[in-house]
Design a protein around this ligand. Sequence first.
Ligand SMILES: Nc1ncnc2c1ncn2[C@@H]1O[C@H](COP(=O)(O)OP(=O)(O)O)[C@@H](O)[C@H]1O
Ligand SMILES: [Mg+2]
Length: 374
Amino acid sequence: MRVRRLRAREFRTYARLDAELGAGLTVVHGRNGAGKTNLIEALYFGCTARSCRTSNEREVVRFGAAATHVDLDLEDVDGVAHTLSVGFQPGEPKRLKADGADVERLLDVTSRPLVSVFLPDRLELVKGPPALRRAHLDQVIAAAWPARAETRRIFGQAVAQRNALLSSIRAGRASRASLPAWDAEVARHGVVLRDHRAEACELLAEPFARAAADLGLAGEAAIRYRPRTHASSAEEFAAELAERVDGDLERGFTGHGPHRDEIVLARDGRELRVFGSQGEQRLGLLALLLAEREALADVRGALPLLLLDDVMSELDPVRRRKLAERLDGPGQSVITTTDLAHVPGAEAATVCRIAVRDGAALAEPADGAATEAA
Ligand SMILES: Nc1ncnc2c1ncn2[C@@H]1O[C@H](COP(=O)(O)OP(=O)(O)O)[C@@H](O)[C@H]1O
Ligand SMILES: [Mg+2]
């Protein structure tokens, strides 16, 4: 599934945005503040109905406008055209359409392109707390095996229920008698979630090491799953929970289980999160996204649309070329830059030039823009 055309109205800096994407690499070129990241975000919003930049979605609506719309023209592997449309007015439910028909969630739409995004502020994923990496890995799992998203959801609910019960027991409003039922529930879904994560990390391990080496991250890069529980069965995990119940009651929450797991990204055995330089963390993040792309291609037979915001400016020329070589294969990618000379292969790519006129950003047609900008 590829995106042929992105149209948006009243999205961030864009009163109107109309951009065509190439089948391979598309380079979005414009000066600082021109609206490059906004275009990446609009693409992401069109694919997922969510922002990749903010959890406060009303920020995406253009200043002074009441609502925003993003429309995508898609083409599947057989050349059949599809459309996705997201309408958003703050305070109202989003209006989502696939091929013109209303849908409740884009997640269920099979003609939706998978999308993977690199933003400079996503470095948090490497250097931030484990919860971010868990959530990210769980999203990769959901993209690779959609049916598994349900396990994650039910597990989260079970932990929340158990925590609520712990609070009630602490407050003297409930007895311990109902705890074993929730231990069993947490354990039943917890072991499955752990196995899903282990499988995903295993799938990512080799492509991650290879992508990191390709990008010139010195030393041996590794991704390692560090689960809290090594129980071989749900019963064993439930027993572990029961053993720790006094501590849980003291704390008021469940201290053991997959909701406390860590996914370690390491270089020569040392955690990038702790010991990596900013540059190494950046390469680690990029390698992770490239590895996920490969893994998704293996499992789903489809390459996700790869959105890379402002990545070249931080890389030296050798690494720029390495990255460009990877993007030169099958699959669609979009990369933003202030300087076309930073993107090896830009001559052969579709170039979308962003100009600002009367305070509004305009994405100019690809035709001629490359030569004009060069
Ligand atoms: N909701 C909005 N409405 C209008 N402009 C916005 C909105 N949100 C951000 N901006 C503007 O977008 C500009 C930054 O665009 P951005 O895509 O991040 O630029 P860059 O090309 O450097 O990536 C800033 O000038 C900011 O004020
Ligand atoms: Mg930007």
